[in-house]
Design a protein around this ligand. Structure first.
Ligand SMILES: Nc1nc2c(ncn2[C@@H]2O[C@H](COP(=O)(O)OP(=O)(O)O)[C@@H](O)[C@H]2O)c(=O)[nH]1
Ligand SMILES: [Mg+2]
Length: 547
């Protein structure tokens, strides 16, 4: 039995009863203390939060490490595209639901134009535009002008460096995809759903190198597998993409995630890109919530010893970043094939048979997979208990004990004669006065505390962002100051294409450098700082309100 679901149902039931009781008291003439209204509000809040509360799991790792395969295996089907490229990296969120459904969230015209404006900063100015207003992709002349300008840059072999490609890729993809999305986006509705047998049609967008630029977000509802429906699993593609904006998207998700699954392929072991990414997670202060899965390519290893050697090596490499990490090693593809046994292609049937033939490796993989599942379930359930009890249970307890008290007092009054009741009411009134005094004292203490913690926070923030001694700005300034423009690389361009074209190139390289620096060094520190301050606020109020 799912203890969590059971407890949640009970809690919702109690919540409903308390709420109904409060409703009845409120309907009684002359007996509606103000606090009851706020209690009713709390009950509503508990109900909404309990239905919404979600555990978020981020699946991360370098390209082709097996993230999508692992998630597919968890959901028992091939829902996420395996072997997808990195160009259109996007965080894809998947949840268990009653039907198969993909929801695509598109960018608005304003967002598209803003992306274009960003890519156009210092765009060579040789009068490529016939208009002076801000660029608007919906205007025929703007699209035509940009297309010509890009063609002429391209013909000069301008855009062939990886980093410069990012901006030109945005520009050309928006242009090329325009016709496919224009009608839909112009309706102003920015989401599209693909249900049931249309599900795979969503890949016309998400798997399309051009159209995916128009997407902001993807979420999938999947009707198979035994992942509970309050767990969201996010495929965070792009941690090693050359585009720092991808990294920023992933960081956004990591911040809300309750658990991180880091996937490493046994084909490669730990690479520099992994070390960079793991270091960033560590800087963000969230490495404690991480489990590592070594995705074993069973065709790659000669023997069990070979695989065991690799696992030991990965553990050793990981130890540099995290002490005694939790590591599981199994083949995600084997697990997916085993689930889909009856629907495999002849080639995959053959692969599966081959893997099953390697008995020692095979049973090791299955065993590790089982252990991973058990632990995954345990961690996720623990997190959910924590969310459930920490907030909602405590709140309901407070309301119920308040109600209980109120009922006792009323019972007392009703049970007594008129004189005694009058005396009791007088006592209550005087008690109320005392309570009011205590309340106002508590209030002013809290207000004082609030002012103080605000002061402290302001101080911390000022220190943190101080331009000379703070933790981030000097590093950033330093990056800008010591940024070295490798002039010799641009010399030929300068004489061939002139100043403004060359300046655009220099600027794009610089922009890429600073975006990367921000994503790798500055953002993680800011996240860590925010987390630290949040803990501080919590601790502060716990010490003044605690016993
Ligand atoms: N042989 C083998 N191939 C795998 C395994 N896991 C994934 N792959 C393949 O490796 C490629 C990349 O996997 P994918 O899950 O798309 O990686 P991602 O980029 O991290 O999402 C795909 O073609 C998978 O079919 C595995 O355990 N064994
Ligand atoms: Mg993938």
């Amino acid at each position: 039995m799912d203890v969590y679901a059971d407890l949640k149902t009970q809690l919702l039931h109690i919540n409903q009863n308390v709420s109904a009781l409060l409703g009845r008291i409120n309907a009684m003439p002359g007996s509606s203390p103000q606090s009851f209204q706020s209690w009713e509000n709390i009950c509503d809040h508990v109900k909404n939060q309990l239905s919404e509360e979600l555990i978020r799991v981020a699946v991360i790792g370098t390209i082709k490490s097996g993230k999508s395969t692992l998630i597919n295996a968890l959901f028992a089907g091939d829902y996420l595209k395996r072997g997808a490229g990195v160009v259109t990296s996007m965080v894809t969120k998947a949840r268990r639901g009653n039907q198969l459904k993909a929801t695509l969230f598109f960018k608005s015209w304003e967002q598209v134009n803003a992306d274009i404006e960003r890519a156009l900063v210092l765009f060579p100015t040789q009068d490529w535009r016939t208009r002076k207003e801000p660029f608007d992709i919906r205007r025929d002349s703007d699209r035509r002008d940009l297309e010509q300008a890009l063609d002429s840059l391209d013909s000069k072999n301008f855009l062939h460096n990886d980093t410069r490609n990012i901006n030109s890729l945005y520009l050309s993809s928006y242009l090329r995809g325009y016709d496919r999305v224009k009608e839909f986006l112009s309706t102003g509705q920015l989401t599209r759903e693909f249900c049931g047998k249309d599900f795979s049609a969503h890949r016309d967008f998400s798997g399309n190198d051009v159209l995916a630029f128009y997407l902001k977000d993807i979420s999938l509802e999947i009707d198979s597998g035994d992942i509970e429906n309050h767990i969201e699993i996010a495929d965070c593609q792009g941690s090693d993409s050359p585009n720092p904006l991808h990294m920023a998207m992933i960081q956004d998700y990591l911040l809300q995630a309750n658990l991180l699954l880091y996937v490493i392929s046994s084909r490669t072991g730990i690479r520099q890109a992994d070390i960079n990414f793991l270091s960033m997670i560590k800087k963000m202060g969230i490495i404690d919530h991480m489990i590592v899965v070594i995705n074993c390519d069973l065709s790659e290893h000669e023997s069990y010893d070979d695989l065991a050697g690799l696992i030991a090596k990965v553990r050793e490499d990981l130890a540099i970043i995290k002490n005694d990490p939790e590591v599981y090693a199994y083949s995600a593809l084997l697990s997916l094939f085993a689930i889909q046994r009856d629907h495999l292609s002849p080639k995959d049937i053959q692969r599966l048979a081959q893997w099953e033939h390697e008995k020692k490796i095979f049973s090791f993989s299955r065993d590790q997979e089982r252990r991973f599942h058990e632990n995954f379930r345990r961690i996720v359930t623990q997190q959910r208990y924590a969310l459930l009890f920490r907030n909602h249970f405590e709140r309901l307890k407070m309301i119920v004990s308040g109600l209980d008290h109120w009922v006792r007092v009323n019972q007392d009054i009703l049970a007594k004669g008129a004189d005694e009741a009058a005396l009791l009411l007088k006592k209550i009134k005087s008690q109320e006065k005392k309570t009011a005094r205590v309340k106002s004292m508590v209030k002013s203490t809290l207000e004082g505390a609030l002012a103080q913690i605000k002061r402290e926070l302001r101080n911390d923030v000022d220190h943190f962002f101080d331009t000379r001694s703070g933790e981030v700005v000097p590093g950033l300034m330093d990056f800008v100051k010591t940024y070295n423009v490798p002039l010799y690389q641009y010399q030929d361009r300068l004489s061939a294409d002139g100043f403004s074209s060359t300046l655009y190139l220099v600027f794009q390289d610089f922009q890429h450098g600073i975006d990367t620096f921000m994503a790798e060094n500055i953002n993680p520190r800011i996240f860590n700082f925010v987390k630290f301050e949040e803990d501080k606020i919590k601790e502060y109020f716990e010490t003044i309100t605690g016993p």
